[in-house]
Design a protein around this ligand. Structure first.
Ligand SMILES: Nc1ncnc2c1ncn2[C@@H]1O[C@H](COP(=O)(O)OP(=O)(O)OP(=O)(O)O)[C@@H](O)[C@H]1O
Ligand SMILES: [Mg+2]
Length: 555
């Protein structure tokens, strides 16, 4: 009797999109994300201005920053953003490339799906191609001398072009190379290990980026708490304190009522004694300088000044942690139990113009890159660019493998993958070819963003590579195809491997889905409900269109 009647197992609010519709939904979401960042790729890429719900503005060219700042509320789009985040964590640069390739893979997969090729064949083909691409990258990459400053400079500058760092790239790349050198150590097997933990970036607004500087040691952007304190201390014992030098307060609210002046005096004396004791403890430890993360009571300030101790209050937690590396101190959170061993040793000097303390250590190392820029927005974008460049220089120093940029590596990979495809049987072959085509998106977009004809460029690039010119890439400034490695457009191999791998994995993750079951409304615009809200494709596709359109408007 029940036959023919569907059994309802899901709640009324839930939505379900299946098969082809699910794939369409996912692919268009992922592509919308990729298209949102494409226009920023390369030296001629443009920036985006992002305004958050609180009205604060970010201007950036950095792929991962754009995607993180965009208020995206779509599960598939978020999977693509993860690609950018992984790329940022693993390689530091190449986030736009990774996302753009992921989007292109899905676009080409869509064509294959339309030809009735089963998703599992596409997934398998993409996986094979991505493995092969890794091997090929390893084969194409050049092993370089990690001491070669000229080369490291090219790597840093390639990563910085097109970003806020561009105008001062010579100066900044030198600072970056010096900074990385300072924090590079050799491990037991003689490999270079770059420990970026020992490198701190500080920003200052007000001067030009060309006046950025590398300092051995750390910076504390604070004033001494008391005018009568020394402002400098050489060969100083330094205490890093994470406890307030104030009268201890009770946990519960208390009220003390005093009836005669003597009682009040006693009470005040007791407070004074407590502060005196704290300062005495610090003096007995032998500290010449105290950087305190919490507050320092007025009276304690006075006592400290009398002891000739330089004290700073409300120092940043991150600064204290970094200083602990620089001067070899531990951060003390209980003064009572502190010992001399907790103190660090170094020089503290004052920059009066910038109102900063410079803290240099003796044995322990640690350097600070002081980035300057005219305004907050300039400095923020500068910092992002410098961070990318630091990561790629660090990778080059530790890994030693580099590639020619400007699309050279992508075209070479595509050509090798097409050869490889011939050896692949079945429908996977088509997927491997589609993978090769997807990689060529990079030179196409580089050309597009530079106002060049992308088809002509690609044709020229392909023919150069067919002639065996492995390093032929696009010079976006002249529009010519040339040996980009020679021209100084150089990228670390590791970042490219990571970009290709994570793009392929994300595309495969999306392709494997044939059913989306959502507990709530899938569409991002709330109006979707009123249009019926029936589970099924139209609702889902409608919601998606809303997002695609919204982001399309960004470009
Ligand atoms: N002078 C140049 N000529 C041609 N191409 C260049 C030049 N400098 C850099 N490129 C290319 O630009 C691309 C990198 O662009 P961009 O830095 O905008 O994106 P990304 O590194 O993928 O992402 P992001 O920096 O946002 O994390 C690389 O393919 C690189 O080879
Ligand atoms: Mg980059």
């Amino acid at each position: 009797m029940q036959q023919g009647q569907p059994m309802i197992v899901m709640s009324e609010d839930s939505q379900r999109v299946k098969d082809k519709d699910a794939q369409d939904y996912n692919i268009s979401a992922a592509r919308a994300v990729a298209e949102a960042v494409r226009s920023t790729l390369g030296p001629k890429g443009m920036d985006k201005m992002l305004v958050d719900s609180m009205g604060s503005v970010t201007i950036t060219n950095d792929g991962v920053t754009i995607l993180q700042e965009m208020d995206i509320d779509n599960p598939t789009a978020e999977m693509i953003i993860e690609v950018a985040e992984t790329q940022e964590d693993e390689a530091g640069d190449g986030t736009t490339t990774a996302v753009a390739i992921a989007g292109e893979l899905l676009k080409n997969a869509e064509d294959l799906l339309e030809q009735e090729i089963h998703p599992t064949a596409i997934i398998k083909g993409f996986h094979m191609a991505s493995e092969q691409a890794r091997d090929e990258i390893d084969d194409i990459a050049q092993d370089v001398d990690t001491e070669d400053e000229e080369l490291l400079r090219s790597v840093a500058e390639t990563s910085m072009t097109g970003k806020g760092t561009e105008v001062n790239k010579e100066h900044l790349s030198q600072l970056i190379i010096d900074a990385v050198k300072q924090v590079t150590v050799e491990d037991d097997e003689g490999n270079n290990v770059v420990d970026l933990e020992f490198l701190n970036i500080e920003t200052q607004t007000g001067r030009s980026a060309g006046e950025s500087d590398l300092l051995e040691g750390g910076i504390v952007d604070k004033d001494p708490v008391h005018d009568n304190m020394p402002t400098e201390a050489t060969d100083a014992d330094i205490l890093l304190l994470n406890e307030a030098i104030e009268v201890e307060e009770t946990d519960v609210d208390t009220e003390v009522s005093v009836t005669d002046p003597d009682q009040l005096q006693k009470f005040l004396d007791r407070e004074e004694k407590q502060l005196r004791e704290k300062v005495d403890t610090i003096a007995d430890l032998g500290a010449d300088v105290v950087f305190c993360q919490k507050g320092i009571d007025d009276l304690a300030q006075h006592y400290l000044a009398k002891e000739g101790i330089l004290a700073v209050r409300r120092a940043k937690k991150s600064d204290l942690e970094f200083l602990s590396e620089v001067v070899g101190a531990s951060v003390v959170s209980d003064l009572e139990s502190a010992t001399e061993d907790d103190l660090g040793f170094g020089d503290v000097t004052r920059d009066d113009a910038d109102e900063l303390f410079y803290v240099e250590g003796e044995d322990a190392h640690g350097v600070t890159l002081l980035l300057r820029g005219s305004t907050e927005h300039v400095v923020d974008e500068l910092e992002r660019g410098v961070n990318d460049a630091l990561d790629v220089v660090a990778q080059t120093v530790s890994d030693g493998r580099v590639l020619a940029g400007g699309g050279a590596i992508e075209v070479e990979l595509a050509s090798r993958l097409r050869d490889y495809a011939d050896s692949v049987s079945g429908r996977e072959q088509l997927a491997v070819e589609a993978f090769a085509d997807s990689l060529e998106l990079v030179p196409r977009v580089l050309a597009e963003n530079a106002g060049l004809d992308s088809i002509d460029t690609l044709v020229d690039l392909r023919s150069a590579h067919d002639d065996g010119d492995v390093e032929a890439g696009l010079n976006v400034f002249t529009g010519d195809v040339e040996d980009t490695f020679e021209a100084g457009v150089v990228e670390p191999a590791h970042a490219k491997e990571q970009a290709v791998t994570s793009a392929a994995e994300a595309a495969n993750l999306v392709l494997k889905i044939d059913d989306i079951i959502s507990a709530g409304d899938l569409s991002t615009d709330k109006g979707g409900d009123e249009e019926g809200g029936a589970p099924g494709a139209p609702g889902g596709a409608g919601g998606m269109g809303g997002m695609g359109g919204g982001m399309g408007g960004m470009m």
